[in-house]
Write a protein that binds this ligand. Structure first.
Ligand code: NAD
Length: 331
């Protein structure tokens, strides 16, 4: 029997990625929507056969507690709304998948973990790459030390941000710039490609080339993570141009994924040759994987704690920038 999921927030990611992926999932299916924009409802009703009783807005959301069709709520709202809706979802007795970054602070992230624990419900973060075969291969090459121990990782993620009015450029809604939005993939990539947890960070923000656009958030930044073994990861994140790469230099060779963090199109190589790996639908694999963990009552592989580790790194990066690049220990 499939689980039922409700998407909370019907923006770009929910509309163009998650809902279509839910037509391919085996363990979970789309049964409800939560939206603040009534004009979106007819399209969703027609396309996904959502019954009237499974449609909520942000005010009526808590009534989902009484809806047996819905087992999981998936929070796909602007970052500053993740904590509130995750906690409300848990209090309504639902398992929660929450998009990245899990929150805009460590404090909020911890409150989300606590709320789900208290409700006896799973919390999973939208870390789709933990189900992507190219990234699983990077993790395996590290874990099995196929090229020896990893010494250096380069992990960068950025894109050219369009619409100057979008919530991503408003600190109150995003909690920060490219670091919050896509730099988090570089942090993730560095952590699982080194295979350790970073101890400290140094970070630098670069001068804005479009200061009228990036009033509220950083435009470009870089940081360096220092790991217990002595491995170092160097990363860049930006809203100025496309950069998208995960590269590991180990004692006896290298391995990498280009177009690393996109929804598809990964190109993997090692110093021995190309990675012969098929692309999959990451979103379907992610939601099916989390659903399987819920069904079997086993921990999911992208829990709130995983999101919280990244929030700690993010706070340390911003603290280092604020302190003029000083080395900051990660809490
Ligand atoms: P989007 O701007 O396309 O959609 C945001 C949605 O939130 C819209 O439906 C909007 O109506 C709604 N909303 C409610 N209150 C709002 C407010 N006060 N201001 C602005 N919008 C408001 O954004 P998106 O790209 O769908 O991103 C949503 C979340 O999903 C973000 O947390 C983002 O980081 C995450 N995301 C994750 C991935 C991934 O690959 N895992 C990809 C894209 C986005």
């Amino acid at each position: 029997k499939k689980l039922g999921i409700a998407l909370v927030g019907l923006g770009g990611y929910a509309t163009n990625q998650l809902a279509p992926a839910l037509l391919q999932t085996r363990n979970i299916e789309l049964r409800g929507i939560v939206t603040g924009t009534p004009s979106k409802i007819p399209v969703w009703v027609e396309k996904y056969k959502i019954p009237e009783k499974n449609i909520y807005n942000y005010e009526t959301f808590d009534r989902i507690a009484d809806n047996k069709d819905i087992d999981v709520v998936y929070i796909v709202l602007p970052n500053s709304m993740h904590a509130e809706f995750t906690i409300r979802g848990a209090k309504a007795g639902k398992h929660v998948i929450c998009e990245k970054p899990m929150a805009v602070s460590v404090k909020e992230g911890q409150a989300m973990i606590d709320a789900c624990k208290q409700a006896g419900k799973q919390l999973a973060i939208g870390y789709r790459l933990h189900y992507d075969p190219f990234h699983l291969e990077m993790m395996r090459l590290t874990r099995e030390k196929v090229f020896g121990a990893v010494k250096i990782v380069e992990a960068s993620d950025g894109f050219r941000a369009g619409d100057p009015a979008q919530w991503r450029l408003k600190h109150a809604l995003s909690g920060g710039g490219p670091l919050m939005d896509v730099g988090i993939y570089a942090i993730q990539g560095a952590r699982y490609t080194v295979g350790e947890e970073p101890l400290a960070v140094t970070a630098q923000e670069f001068p804005k080339t479009m200061p009228e656009k990036f009033v509220d958030v950083e435009e470009s930044l870089s940081w360096q993570l220092y790991f217990p073994s002595g491995a170092i990861a160097s990363s860049f994140s930006t809203y100025a141009a496309g950069v998208n790469r995960l590269y590991a230099a180990a004692e006896k060779g290298w391995y990498e994924v280009n177009n690393a963090f996109g929804y598809g199109g990964q190109v993997g190589r090692t110093s021995k040759g190309p990675m012969e790996i098929k692309h999959i639908n990451q979103q379907a694999a992610h939601m099916d994987g989390v659903a399987m963990s819920i069904i079997n009552n086993t921990p999911n592989i992208v829990p709130g704690e995983e999101g919280l580790r990244d929030m700690k790194v993010i706070e340390a990066i911003y603290a280092s920038i604020k302190a003029g690049g000083k080395k900051i220990q990660i809490g």
